[in-house]
Design a protein around this ligand. Structure first.
Ligand code: IMP
Ligand code: MG
Length: 183
């Protein structure tokens, strides 16, 4: 089994990501400054790098938890049907929660997760996504904070994969399929 041949063109540098995270952290700190202990929920697996950098900039008492949801499988197409594979370990009722996602694309994932967690009656829930592709939206959903708005390109790196590869790139790159692909 091999995935199509492709190359990766840098779209957002590691430096630009770090600078943007500093800005976002400042706003988030302000939003949750009165929170006793914020629950930061990362959506696995794509957000693992982003959440690691974000919480280290927050300078707030935080608890970190994870939710694993279905996504693209190994392809470039969204499955649209969102499933929870791994639930939170902790309770969020009455707590302040920040949901951290890598990309909002069609919007199905975050809309579903917001409903799923909202049903547990957190005191306050906010969402942040590193990347937003508004042109791809199928269900109305707007995250409270967005790192970067990007065009309709398939991207990898900084936690984000293509068929489980390239998560460990330090920057965000766009996937360019090369000629040999298309089998
Ligand atoms: P949505 O439900 O269509 O908004 O999909 C969101 C999920 O699809 C994200 O959490 C990503 O895991 C995945 N996804 C969306 N766009 C890309 C991309 O360009 N590269 C890799 N994964 C993506
Ligand atoms: Mg994802």
């Amino acid at each position: 089994m091999s995935s199509p041949a492709y190359e990766i063109d840098e779209m957002i540098s590691a430096k630009a990501i770090a600078a943007r995270i500093e800005e976002l952290a400042r706003e988030i700190r302000r939003e949750f400054r009165d929170t006793e202990k914020l629950v930061v929920v990362g959506l696995l697996r794509g957000s693992f790098v982003f959440i690691a950098d974000l919480v280290r900039e927050l300078d707030l008492p935080v608890e970190v938890d994870f939710l694993e949801v279905s996504s693209y499988g190994d392809a470039m197409e969204s499955s649209r049907e969102v499933r929870i594979f791994k639930d939170l370990r902790g309770k969020i009722e009455g707590r302040d929660v920040l949901v951290v996602e890598d990309i909002v694309d069609t919007g199905h994932t975050l809309a579903h997760v917001a409903r799923f967690l909202g049903n547990r009656n957190p005191a306050k829930m906010r969402t942040i996504a590193l990347l937003d592709k508004p042109s791809r939206r199928e269900v109305e959903f707007a995250a409270d904070w967005i790192g970067f708005t990007i065009p309709d390109e398939f991207v990898v790196g900084y936690g984000i994969d293509y068929a489980q590869r390239n998560r460990n790139l330090p920057f965000i790159g766009k996937v360019r399929l090369t000629e040999e692909s298309g089998t």
